[in-house]
Structure formats: C-alpha cells, structure tokens
Design a protein around this ligand. Sequence first.
Ligand code: ZN
Ligand code: ZN
Length: 177
Amino acid sequence: MAIVLMGSNLAYIGSKVSELVTRVFLSVKVAEIYESQFIDRRLVDDRRRQLRAKEVAVVLRRMSGSDIVLGLVDYDAYVPGLNFVFGIALPSLKVAVVFLARLRTPSHRLFTMRVFKEVLHELGHVFGLDHCAVPRCVMNFSNSVIEVDLKSMFFCKHCAKKLAMKGLEINRKYIME
Ligand SMILES: [Zn+2]
Ligand SMILES: [Zn+2]
C-alpha cells in the first residue's frame, strides 16, 4: 500500500494512519508515504469550493504503482448527488481517499479517531465490503460527524468474516465482541 498525503502538516496523521493500517490488516504493508503540500486546484469545483471526490481518487491512484493507494486529503469533497463525502473508495482501482476538512475538531484525539474510522471504512470498501446495518460497526454508513463519533473503530463479526473469506486477516482486537 502507498499512502498519499495532500495538504500541509499531514506527516504526523499520515504516520499514525500507517501504523493503524498495518495493525488492523495483518497482511497489508505500507511501502511508501508520499507528501504533496498542495491541493491540486484543477480538482476543485470553483462554485462549490469542494474537491470532486472521484477525480481526486483517480488522480491519487495514478501517483503510485502500489497495489493499494490510500489518500488523506485536507479539503472538503463531494460526489454528484451528495452535499459532501467524508471519503470515497473505488474498489475496482484499489484506491480509497479520506477527506479531512469535516472531520477536524479542536481535540486532536477525537480528530484522529474520526480519521481512523473513516480510513478503516473506506479500506473496507476497497477490500470488498458494503455498508453494514450493525450500528457500531465501522462499515455502518455515517452521514454526519455525530454518526462517525457514535460508531466504533471495529468490524462486526459479519464484516470480519467476509474479509476473512477474501483472504484478508484482521487483528482480532479490531473485531467487535
Ligand atoms: Zn461507505
Ligand atoms: Zn459490519
């Protein structure tokens, strides 16, 4: 996996996310972390002042030949039909992106938790999971930061089993009781 950071001062959260990903997904290795200080203005919808999420995912995917690309982008984003998205995953391209702007809060700890949940959620999609009806499962769909805060960082047994069937082993500490 490659992690691509877009925005300033993301090195710390990037390293924390890298640790998280290798801690949770036992067979995944983070081979490289790229940093780009600048948001690519061509990807911004000027009228909405938001990034076009899908285009960002495609552009980040092209930045690395790694098996999976995970982007952390410090800007707000949308897809047509939705006011905003916290993240996007394109499983066919093996790319996931989490947009940090709406997850920010004065508490660094809470911000990190939100980023962790959204990273695991979007990577879950990359690994073939759909949204999950179990309320606290990390694959539950979140429409607001309140909902992000309410769910856990863990995969329910159902989702963990689906991942295992795809050959993806998860750290048992990240599977709900
Ligand atoms: Zn989702
Ligand atoms: Zn689940």
